[in-house]
Design a protein around this ligand. Structure first.
Ligand SMILES: C[S@@+](CC[C@H](N)C(=O)[O-])C[C@H]1O[C@@H](n2cnc3c(N)ncnc32)[C@H](O)[C@@H]1O
Length: 123
């Protein structure tokens, strides 16, 4: 696969060093590290360019929910599968799921009771 890994500017150096430490050298060109602050400069990401969007533990800051949703909406086309893994720590985290269901078809595809982690699929 060709993969784009994103985070805010402050985390990019750490992210790049993780890619270097964890990917065999010949695979590193397939992993692009790119700045993305949800809701900002979305035009630098083409709609429908991604088959899968994977988000691990990114649903926890209520003030970012609208921007995160806008970002997922911008990046997705009909063929895109979004997988979000999260722990639903607070009632407000359910609000994000409600918002997500307003735009996408959402279903829970996995629950790990040992770690209390849900995986939701949105399309
Ligand atoms: C709890 S960490 C999870 C990191 C990683 N996915 C993992 O599972 O270890 C949440 C990540 O979301 C990023 N993040 C928080 N607010 C953001 C925003 N507004 N735009 C983009 N990324 C954000 C943080 O920088 C952090 O890397």
């Amino acid at each position: 696969a060709q993969v784009t890994i994103t985070d805010r500017e402050a985390a990019l150096a750490f992210l790049k060093s993780n890619v270097q430490a964890n990917l065999p050298r010949d695979l590193q060109p397939r992993a692009e590290v790119k700045e993305l602050t949800w809701g900002q400069n979305l035009a630098s990401f083409s709609t429908g360019e991604y088959d899968f969007i994977l988000g691990a533990d990114i649903v926890y800051l209520e003030e970012t929910f609208a921007d995160l949703l806008q970002t997922l909406d911008h990046l997705s086309a009909d063929h895109t599968v979004i997988l979000l893994s999260c722990r639903l720590r607070y009632e407000r985290d359910q609000n994000f799921l409600t918002m997500l269901k307003g735009i996408f078809s959402v279903r829970e595809v996995h629950y790990d009771p040992g770690n209390d982690i849900h995986i939701f699929k949105a399309q």
